[in-house]
Write a protein that binds this ligand. Structure first.
Ligand SMILES: [Zn+2]
Length: 498
């Protein structure tokens, strides 16, 4: 690959530099255009845009995002109630008898009134075929009568997770119902290709993927062709099989690596089943998904096999349980065990998390989606907990390794960064430098990356992006990505000459 000079920009982390030279997949020079221009034949003016290390999204559901993009699942994110139902009705009419309709992304916290979808509404909108509409967080779904009929065994096996009257399905039962119709491997590969194109357009050069029920080997196998680096996180129930095959965290190649095994301590605030100590405004304190001893045993088992764990914990009661579980397991710091989301930690829990040497992966876009007056956090938890949730600045101040990820809501690092640098509450707001760091080297650290990973530095991999202008707090909300390079290869070109 011949050398290329990107010039006329602002190189992030290198004040005074306006140009980057890329060759053989690596950054080979950073400096001033005058000094570097004579050395390289191929040159590209980036028009004053900021040049940044590529974003590393620390938490995605890329297969699900891709399935929605290719229409295998219907994406109703951002739709109002009527529109969501109308689109499901239209998609339902295109399906023949025996086919299922899965819709994803509805979020009643943004509707007025904020009532959830009901079985009866789905029955009217999508008659005659089984239909399931999964809430944006994936922890709650609503099914029509047809779908409930076909999944009676799920309701029998876990009656506490299925409300037949309302059509509501929760937690593990959602996964069990979705598993009724699995996409074949060719469909998964097509979905990954579509999702990788979106990543490139958004400046994401590495994505951490929660594999869910998808065979992780299909994703690893597809990775080189995607021109997107992936870190894959299979569910903990695959631990024994993976260990028997001699696979452990960190193994892989430049394109695909094994991350950690995924555990769930609780649900979500939107579904009112994240485990909190004080009740929700509507009553109830959510639920823990498993006993602490079980969680501790799974963490210890993962450690014995060389596996990092990454545990979903949103409410303070769940976060407390995860900290206890790690205390019980005697956690190996070298594995960089992670806590995901970490939305409602107490002040003491933040200190304990730092002391235990745990890393966290948080979602700045959640602040943009749900914080502030009238938002989900205030409605569900009251104003005090709205102001205290997602305490990014306290996490950083405590020295906890922090990576950032989108959780696919939506898949957009720039939106997340803009959300958190202009957050409505002081404890959520962090400087632009910290937000960029979280979405680059912070997320690199989460999967065992060395400090230089996720930075622009000579000798480092040429995973980078260019914005359509300079980067500052005032303009971040308007910025978009114009160029993305992975391993020196131009994978997205949104400039006018494209
Ligand atoms: Zn997730």
């Amino acid at each position: 690959m011949e050398a290329v000079l990107l010039f006329g920009g602002q190189v992030w982390g290198h004040p005074g530099s306006d140009a980057v030279v890329v060759a053989e997949g690596r950054v080979v020079g950073i400096g001033c255009t005058e000094d570097l221009a004579g050395l390289v034949a191929t040159q590209r003016d980036v028009g004053g845009g900021a040049i940044l290390p590529g974003f590393i999204d620390g938490h995605t559901h890329l297969v699900e995002s891709g399935l929605a993009e290719i229409g295998w699942r219907l994406d109703v994110a951002g739709c109002g109630r009527e529109e969501a139902l109308a689109r499901m009705a239209a998609a339902g009419r295109l399906r023949t008898k025996g086919e299922w309709l899965f819709a994803t992304g509805w979020d009643e916290s943004r509707w007025i009134p904020d009532a959830r979808l009901r079985r009866s509404e789905l029955d009217r909108a999508v008659p005659g075929i089984p239909a399931v509409a999964v809430r944006v967080d994936g922890h709650l779904a609503v099914a029509n009568s047809e779908a409930l009929n076909l999944t009676q065994d799920v309701a029998k096996g876990a009656p506490q997770l299925v409300d037949v009257e309302l059509g509501e399905i929760r937690e593990a039962a959602v996964f069990a119902v979705l598993a009724r119709v699995r996409p074949d491997d060719a469909t998964i590969r097509e979905a990954l290709r579509a999702a990788a194109r979106s990543c490139h357009r958004l400046g994401i050069t590495t994505a951490h993927i929660m594999t869910g029920s998808v065979d992780p080997l299909v994703i690893l196998d597809a990775a080189p062709g995607l021109r997107l680096r992936v870190v894959i996180h299979p569910p903990v129930d695959r631990l024994e099989v993976l260990a028997r095959d001699g696979v452990r965290s960190g193994q892989g190649n430049a394109w695909g690596r094994w991350g950690g095994v995924k555990l769930f301590a609780d649900g979500s605030i939107g579904a009112r089943n994240a485990a909190v100590s004080l009740p929700y405004e509507s009553g109830g304190r959510g639920a823990l998904n498993c006993p602490t001893a079980w969680l501790s045993e799974r963490i210890a088992a993962a450690e014995r096999s060389g596996w990092q764990t990454i545990t979903h914990a949103i409410g303070d009661r769940a976060i407390g349980q995860v900290l206890d579980a790690h205390r019980g397991a005697g956690s190996d710091r070298g594995l960089r065990h992670r806590v995901e989301h970490y939305e409602l930690p107490t002040v003491e829990q933040i200190q304990d998390t730092a002391q235990l040497g745990l890393a966290v992966c948080m979602q700045p876009n959640f602040v943009g989606n749900w914080s502030g007056a009238g938002g989900l956090y205030e409605t569900a938890l009251g104003g005090e907990r709205d102001a205290a949730c997602n305490p990014f600045s306290a996490v950083i101040a405590a020295g906890i390794p922090l990576g950032l990820g989108s959780d696919g809501m939506p898949l957009s690092p720039l939106y997340g960064i803009a959300s958190v640098v202009r957050a409505p509450h002081e404890g959520q707001r962090i400087p632009l430098e910290d937000a960029i760091r979280g979405y680059t080297e912070g997320s690199a650290f989460l999967s065992g990356g060395e400090p230089a990973q996720g930075r622009l530095a000579p000798g480092g991999s040429a995973d980078l992006l260019v914005l359509d202008g300079p980067l500052d707090v005032e303009s971040i909300g308007r910025r978009s990505v114009t160029l993305t390079l992975v391993g020196g290869e131009l994978v997205y070109n949104g400039m006018e000459d494209a």
